[in-house]
Design a binder for this molecule. Sequence first.
Ligand code: ADP
Ligand code: MG
Length: 619
Amino acid sequence: MAKIGINIATGSLQQAEMIVGIDLGTTNSLVAILHPETGKPVVLKEFHGNALVPSLVHFGENGSVSIGDQARPFLITEPHNTIFSVKRLMGKSYNDVRDYASFFSYRIIDDNTESLVKIQVGNRFYSPIELSSFILKELKNRAEHILKTPVNKAVITVPAYFNDAQRQATRDAGKLAGLDVLRIVNEPTAASLAYGIGLSKESSKTIAVYDLGGGTFDISILRITGGIFEVLSTHGDTYLGGDDLDRAIVGYWRNKLSITEEELTKDPSLSQVLRLRAEEAKRHLSGHDQFDGSINGMDISITKDEFEELARPFIERTINSCARALQDAGLIVKDIEEVVMVGGSTRVPLVKQMVGEFFGRKLHDELNPDEVVALGAAIQADILAGNNKDLLLLDITPLSLGIETMGGLMDVLIPRNSKIPSRVGRQYTTQKDGQAGIKISVYQGERDLVKDNRKLAEFNLTGIPAMPAGLPKVEISFLVNADGILLVRAKELRSGVEQSIEVKPQYGLSDEEVERMLLDSITHAKEDIATRSLVEAQTEGKQILDTTENFIVKNQSLLTEEEIKITRAAMNDLTAFMNGSDKDQIHAAIEKLNDLSRPFAERVMDIAISTAMKGKKIG
Ligand code: ADP
Ligand code: MG
């Protein structure tokens, strides 16, 4: 089906707008998109650059703000002004983080309350939402620079265990960065999408997503059925990750070189160099058996075996978490059909080995583990944009579908851009006593009056047993199946009579026509709204006049002459306004007549008739 973007402000049609996928990580953040030509997800990087943007924000003395790699040197030289790991603070109060306050080198305000934390930098205060928005803004700018097009819409990922406050905080950060956050997606869900798991409607699978990043570890057990991702359990450690491995190497070298605590405090740059070298060694050992380097003229080295000995206890902790997660999900290892590896630290061969042994199967590690979440977010973004027909689990309808109701108005049952397959049912009733049939006219389009839309089909529901107006319950249901075929069914629920037809909404409608119809609805939006409200007022007025007239005739004996007189006067007033074009006058007159007749009605009317005064009627 066709997809057309419309800029509501200008009324112009656009090419499908780019929606980016963002992995807003504790250590690193990045953006990915679905490549418009290859249809494959790709991470965005500057020419020869790195896709990963370290999740760091540095505030300079002069008011300057730097993000990512530019902020990194300040981690050591200006720790108070350099914010890292802000993701840990999202949606948190001071009480939530007080036990970990010493972890942060910057100042978290201890206001001892349940309100959300603030971070003090100089004499300014920032919320984690603002700080995250700096990172998101940087990602947005980068993406715009690389794509050479405005980027306003995004899907952002969060850990599966994030609660509502943390998700909302992430959304707000996006908004603050000028991004319309179309969806918050769980990181493990995104990662499995990147591997194509869960993209087919039929597949039903139970999978484990193992995510070892810079400072956090998560294991999530997901059940995927028919494109729906259900988190069965999550477990992990919010203070366990690659940083621990770096620290372990630093400790190992300090021991070897006999570097004392005193020497480190005297020379802060030494501890920085140690840490940087340690990370370098760790990365190197993911592909080699030995690392050799030097620090301040001193030779340093570490072998893979030595590193693995240091790393093993940390990895064992993650394996224990995996066992717990399985237990919480009520599953055993054999129930897990796929294992997806996420996070830069899963590049460590011992991690793969131990996780593979635990689950007893081959792991998904074909993609870059620090990119998979962003890649999956891009796939999700593209599904939301409705661009990717091959991957699409759910399609959408390009134009609204509805039926004609009293006064020639369009009553929309399935709004445009609804996902299909889709089913909607709505109840209507008859207008006249003893009405045996109703005509159902099906339209497609965005205008308020059916005459401006496109008629798709028309049929009669006949054989409704004689009942007072308003009593029959006619349910009209629209079913658009996965092929875009609309099935319309009308059923009178009291008697069971029913009638249905099949229509092909797309039939004979070119993309250009769809575009024109959408454009028309925008051009005429104002006048349509005015017409609709006038027609609605007139319809309501006519209904109440009919009902009241009926009521008086039927219940003459129960009403006083005075009551009848004042009611008729109010009816005349309403009739007079009905032919004018002032909907407010009509509403006021309806209101007056209603107020007047309500007490009588309550006195004598049975419930069926009072519903009839409200029910929508098909002409
Ligand atoms: P997060 O999800 O926490 O933002 P990432 O998934 O980007 O973080 O993981 C960052 C961690 O991955 C860092 O600790 C980094 O040192 C580690 N890492 C990156 N590449 C490698 C590698 N080749 N070998 C081992 N660890 C690596
Ligand atoms: Mg991550």
